[in-house]
Design a protein around this ligand. Sequence first.
Ligand code: 1GP
Length: 241
Amino acid sequence: MSQYASFCKNKKQFAVLVDPDKYTAKELIDLATIARKATVSYLFIGGSLLEKDNLENTLKVLKDHTDIPLIIFPGDGMQINENADAILLLSLISGRNPDLLIGKHVIAAPYLKQSNLEILPTGYMLIESGKSTTASYMSNTLPIPHDKDGIAVNTAMAGEMLGMKLIYMDGGSGAKNAVSLSMIERVKASISIPLIVGGGIRTPEAAAERYKAGADIIVVGNAIEDQQSLLYKIAEVTYSF
Ligand code: 1GP
């Protein structure tokens, strides 16, 4: 099955974000083992700014130790690597930085075309989360205000009309406040493509509320780096729907 068909399954799914800077090879093997036992749906690999050249090794170690699909979640055009299964081709539709709407994609297109990666066109929306995030700083864009549900709705609808296959609403890694339930509800009601929600989700309860509000896929990164057992608890919530 293509990864896209898998994203479109009509059931809740759980993605763990793996920042290549933050895991040693041994920690990656442990993570892969736990993620496999918990039947995590996807591993998203990438970061808004990588400080080390660890992407390829991270992918290779994970690939050797799990069958969970490896999806690149790129912070920039350098994060393209054949050892993954697919890549979220992010267009930062919440911002007005032309480079991140189309410029980087023009540069990356021939590399992506000749790769074996499945391309997942994704309307990426940064949502203000109570503090400045690396994603917002590095992208040189203003996130959508936390309480402006209408802006998020219009942006997501425009993304779908432009042909995006997924919408990803992100408070940014380490967000103080996760995306609000009302924003998720309203965006979900306005689009017919899968809705990914991440940033600042730290508890199974917070994940459950966001699934109930309409998120199809929840992404958790930081909280799992701090406490790997959380992975089982969020997986349990995910598959209880
Ligand atoms: C960030 O959505 C991801 O892009 C995950 O965020 O690390 O805060 O869980 P956290």
